[in-house]
Each structure stands twice: as C-alpha cells, then as structure tokens.
Ligand binder design. Structure first.
Ligand SMILES: N[C@@H](CCC[C@H](N)C(=O)O)C(=O)O
Length: 263
C-alpha cells in the first residue's frame, strides 16, 4: 500500500501527518512503529491522522511512535497548520483531540492551542504531577544542560507510582526574566524529545507556583514557546474548583517535506 504523507516539526517534536478524511485508513501498532522508525521508516516522534468531524473543523488522531495514544500539544499545533494547507482551517478553528475539543488560532507559522482547564497540581516531595491532557511529572533542577534527562526520566516513567500507564517526565531550570528551560522524557517515544507541548504547559503551571507569571517564555532544545494562563480567584465551571484556566500553548509549526511511504 502506498500512502501520501507530510512530515512536520513543531519546536523539534516531529510528526508524520496523513490526510485521512477520505481514505479512512486504520493502522496497526506495528505499522505505526514502522512509519515512525528512524532507520526503517520515515522517522518521527508520532503519527497523526486528520479526520472529518461532524461539526468541528477536524478530528485529530494522535499516536506516539510506539502506537499508544494521548494528547499531543506540539502535534496539535502542527495539525492545525497542516489543516490550513488543506483549506479546512482559516485563522480560528476548533478540533477534537484525545481529551476533547480545543480552540486554535493560526497566525503565519505561529499556532496557539487552548488547553483544557487544570484542576489539580499534586505535590510529590519537592516535585509535582500535573495532567495537561497527558500526564506530566515535574522536577526543578540546577544545571539542566548537563542533567541526565534520559536516565532519570526513564526511572520515574517506569516507577511503581505511575504504573500501569506511566508518565512523561519534565526537568526544569528557572532562568532570569520569567524564562523556563525545559527538557522532557516522553513516554510512548521512550526517549528525550526536543520539545513536548503538554510538558512545557505543565512546567509553566508548576513554575507559576514558584513565582513566575503569565506569559512564561519556554526554552526547549528544539526552540522557543510561550505559555499563557490565568489563575481564577474562586471556583470555576460547574462548581468544580479550577486551579488554572485560559491556558494557551503558543509556538511555531513547520512542514518539512512530503512524500509517499510503502506499507
Ligand atoms: N509530544 C507531545 C506529548 C505526546 C503524548 C505523550 N508522549 C504521552 O503519551 O503522554 C506534546 O507535545 O504534548
């Protein structure tokens, strides 16, 4: 089977995207692993399918490179940019993702995604755990440039506390002028990636508990992002308490190439 694909990167988090509105292909776990394999396939952190949605601009199916599914913030930014090239998005849009609908805004190559409200930040010793559509462990460290992100991230990701699902693991260093340097070990890729959108969002929210204020500038290995958010004064929607609302993940997304893959 020959499949037309597009290769995207969003601050170095890279994706294979397929317009699946007509063909409605279904991929097995081993086919996803093969497509994302950097030696035997196209190579990517994840695979995304753009599908039709009955009322929204599109539906996004995101798969990590091991075939598992979750919300991908950077993937969502790339998908919105790609959907504009298909003509199904123009400026403002709304799409359905793993954790429900998201509003998005496209401005050139900058894409802003509205994330779901965050109700809870768990403290684990000096560390934190926040779900921003995907689960994220947060640890503040010194000298992040030289920190063993892969080794420490893999240990926490596979620890008993987070079994069976596991967690993504983010290491943070607070820099001067409200800037946060973030490196992430991603579950489902099982490696450090150059950037993780839901990860830097969780990182910024945790950093706000240490005095940083919205908007927080993020430095990731693959580029710069920005996180905006509000802390409501009292209880939020449906009477449930909300810790953070109006959360936006903002940054660039770029098409790198297109081609055909053989499965
Ligand atoms: N790279 C993503 C996160 C993708 C999902 C994650 N690996 C998980 O399985 O939880 C992002 O940009 O948010």
């Amino acid at each position: 089977m020959k499949i037309h694909f597009y290769k995207y990167q969003a601050t170095g988090n890279d994706f294979v995207i397929i317009d699946n509105r007509v063909s409605r292909l279904v991929f097995t776990k081993s086919q996803i692993e093969q497509i994302c394999d950097r030696k035997f396939g196209v190579g990517a952190d994840g695979l995304m399918l753009i599908e039709r949605h009955p009322s929204l601009n599109f539906k996004l199916e995101y798969f990590n490179s091991d075939g598992s599914q979750s919300l991908c913030g950077n993937g969502s930014r790339a998908a919105v940019h790609f959907a504009a090239t298909l003509g199904i998005v123009n400026g403002k849009s709304t799409f359905e993702a793993f954790d429900g609908p998201h509003d998005a805004q496209l401005n050139g190559e900058i894409v802003s995604i509205k994330m779901n409200n965050v109700r809870e930040v768990k403290s684990i010793g000096d560390d934190f755990f926040i779900n921003t559509g995907s689960p994220h462990y947060i640890r503040f460290v010194q000298d992040l440039k030289n920190y063993p992100v892969f080794e420490e991230g893999r240990k926490i990701r596979n620890s008993e506390t987070f079994k069976p699902g596991g967690t993504n693991v983010n290491f943070l260093e607070i820099l001067p002028n409200n800037v946060l340097f973030v490196r992430t070990y991603e579950r489902g890729v099982e490696d450090e990636t150059l950037s993780c959108g839901t990860g830097v969002t969780a990182a910024a929210l945790a950093a706000s508990l240490k005095g940083l204020t919205s908007p927080i500038s993020i430095k990731a290995l693959g580029g710069d992002l920005s996180i905006e958010f509000k802390k409501p004064k009292s209880s939020g929607d449906n009477g449930h308490s909300v810790m953070f609302e109006d959360i936006f993940l903002v940054g660039p997304a770029k098409m790198v190439f297109e081609g055909h893959l053989e499965l």
